[in-house]
Write a protein that binds this ligand. Structure first.
Ligand code: 5GP
Length: 128
């Protein structure tokens, strides 16, 4: 089933300026802003401006220009945060939740960039 984009989701409202945001970086096709409920000392969300629900949706349907802009924005934010391992930073984690099993809360693609403390194992142990 094709993705149906809900333009009333909270990040669509942030993009339209209906809800305040703490901007880190804005480009032609992307926006980076601080998470309202940070899970690490540094927690930034990077979203495309286009109506994409998940990473696979974006990766398969976005234009080359959008994909390049989005990828470069993630890199630029890591640089601004000073977390690049190759530049002496202590590292970071990127993650993007998609759908029910990943507990995606907001149905607009977002990559989390988390940094500023040891981030522990990638996943919690399975509970089943
Ligand atoms: P998800 O669970 O969908 O991967 O993550 C959604 C993220 O969006 C959460 O980390 C949550 O704290 C963040 N979030 C939800 N509403 C808002 C908001 O209004 N502003 C900001 N800056 N972040 C939000």
């Amino acid at each position: 089933m094709p993705y149906a984009y809900d333009d009333q989701n909270i990040f669509a409202k942030i993009l339209r300026g209906e809800i305040p945001k703490d901007t880190v970086l804005e480009t032609e096709h992307s926006l980076a802003f601080r998470d309202i409920n940070p899970q690490a000392p540094a927690h930034v969300l990077v979203i495309p401006k286009g109506p994409y629900v998940t990473f696979d949706h974006f990766a398969l349907e976005a234009s080359v220009e959008e994909i390049v802009d989005y990828t470069r924005t993630i890199g630029a934010v890591c640089k601004m945060m000073g977390v690049q391992p190759g530049e002496g930073g202590a590292g970071y984690r990127t993650l993007s939740n998609a759908g029910d099993d990943a507990v995606q809360e907001v149905p607009h693609l977002h990559v989390h960039i988390l940094a500023g403390r040891p981030l522990g194992p990638m996943l919690l142990p399975a509970r089943n």
